[in-house]
Design a protein around this ligand. Structure first.
Ligand code: DGL
Length: 271
């Protein structure tokens, strides 16, 4: 199968709507590209699942995106990226696979030396310790306190973004001792940029919030340039797939991609 064609789409996946923050940044930074998106809404939240289950879901989705002839695949889910990191190498012979962790770690190690960089994410991501480990491999003088904030992704997926309930949950997590005196905060879950304003408000705008979507889009642009895989002319028709149709997913997709979108439910998993 020839996947390395400039006109082929970029495959992106997440457990739900979180990866749309990455897809949206890709659409803006690389307007000629066509996106094939998969949201595994049937298994959300990934952050609470076992590593074995997350690997199994991710492998099936990667194979689906390969069948859709994606020229590269972006794992737009920190939880999945943190547990399948070492296994995706086998796929690289067929298709290059990128995640949302590496580009962010590179930027932090370069720009934020001698500082305290807090990380919030799901239980799977924080439990894997991947940010701390990768940042310290590149730069020894950054302090990386990390905190699991498991209610945030399901809350966002359900559309609880503004209002008292969400602000209380956000405040409860962010007032944790571990996050005292941080200079920067990594939103290590692709759902969290949707509550970036509320998070920033909690810190009175005094903490620099690191949203991975733009960083990842810039990284992908330079990778496609290097590999001579950038599409030269606009490719039409983004495609969105979910494992379980939800009204909130369709709404979020319309919010990001404005026009009428094609959302299809596909059954990839036999239970
Ligand atoms: N958006 C996903 C992430 O970046 C996870 C949300 C979830 O399914 O728990 O980790």
């Amino acid at each position: 199968m020839t996947l390395n064609k400039q006109e082929n789409p970029i495959g992106i996946f997440d457990s739900g709507i979180g990866g749309l923050t990455i897809a949206n940044a890709i659409k803006k930074r690389l307007p000629n590209e066509r996106i094939v998106y998969f949201g595994d809404t049937e298994h959300l939240p990934y952050g609470e699942k076992s590593n074995k289950a997350i690997r199994n879901y991710s492998n099936k989705i990667i194979n689906f995106l390969i069948a859709k002839k994606c020229k590269i695949i972006i794992i737009a889910c920190n939880s999945a990226a943190s547990v399948i990191e070492n296994e995706i190498i086998t796929y690289k012979k067929i298709v290059p696979i990128y995640n949302v962790i590496r580009p962010v770690v590179d930027v932090i190690a370069k720009k934020y030396q001698n500082s305290r960089v807090g990380v919030i994410g799901t239980k799977a991501t924080i439990g894997s310790n991947i940010y701390q480990q990768k940042i310290l491999e590149l730069c020894g003088n950054i302090n990386v306190p990390s905190l699991a904030t498991p209610l945030l992704a399901p809350m966002i997926e359900e559309g609880f973004i503004k209002g008292d309930i969400s602000q209380k949950i956000i405040s409860n997590y962010l007032s944790h001792n571990k996050l005292k005196n941080i200079n920067h905060l990594v939103l290590a879950c692709t759902h969290y940029p949707l509550i970036e304003r509320e998070i920033s408000k909690f810190f009175n705008g005094k903490v620099n919030i690191i949203d991975s979507s733009k960083i990842v889009a810039n990284y992908i642009l330079s990778e496609l340039q290097n590999k001579k895989l950038l599409s030269k002319k606009p490719q039409k028709g983004h495609h969105f797939y979910v494992s379980n149709y939800t009204y909130s997913f369709e709404n979020s997709t319309k919010f990001f991609f404005e026009k009428t979108i094609k959302l299809k439910e596909v059954k990839l998993f036999n239970h």
